[in-house]
Design a protein. Sequence first.
Lengths: 188, 93
Amino acid sequence: MADLPRADPWRGLALPQLPGLLTLTPHGDAARLSLRGEAASLAPLGAALGLVLPTTPCRAATSGTRAALWLGPDEWLILTPPDDPVRDTLAAAIPAGAGALVDISHRQAALTISGPAATEVLNAGCPLDLDPCVFAVGMCTRTICGKASIVLWRQAMETFHFEVGRSFAAYAAGLLSAAARLAARRAG
Amino acid sequence: MLLIPCPYCGPRPEIEFSYGGEAHLARPRDPAACDDAAWGDFLYARTNPKGIHAERWRHAHGCGRFFNALRHTVSDQFLITYRIGAPRPEIAA
Ligand SMILES: [Zn+2]
């Protein structure tokens, strides 16, 4: 098979930036693993990852550059740098018939969305209540943004990790740009 | 926007959910043993109440899990949601 160069899903797309209000940064190449596991196997899976897999709904756990995001009662999204060998370690830690690990690195593309206008811009397409009392720092979830299914993770009060299917990158960029124009107008 | 309490994620916007029809319908263990009336009832007959309805929902754009809910079909109010496998809660109208 031909060795095709990997295309950056955000290349050529205008990402909105509002000085002092909003910054959008492509996350860059990352390894993404979809991990399914039952309660009995969480300890060895966590040990392989070097963190405790969160069992509280909608919470993320991090260790260094690795993150485990709770997506469902037996489902996590693992985010880590592309050269991290943890995929093989993790695969070996899954008890036979009691879990699954799927490499979805290139299914999704991610942005870091930050700034005082981040919640306003996200809420143009995402129906979640992003008040920090409801969606606190460290919380994550699958949700929607307009017509796109996304994973949203609040990394800091005004900083969000935004994962979207890579074929939706242009759609997400357009939606967020339109929202940013409104936010800029409102800020005067 | 209507909020639906997912048994796992808590109250979330309705748009994240998909509807799964009436709950607690058990497929006959041996369909071939059913007569046409019994099989037809399983496939098509629904309680369709004016009042409290037990129904399946899926938090499709969230935790992805199916769960059951008691919803009032007149007011559209969700009275309670509960996990798959749990019995239908006793709730008066
Ligand atoms: Zn849920």
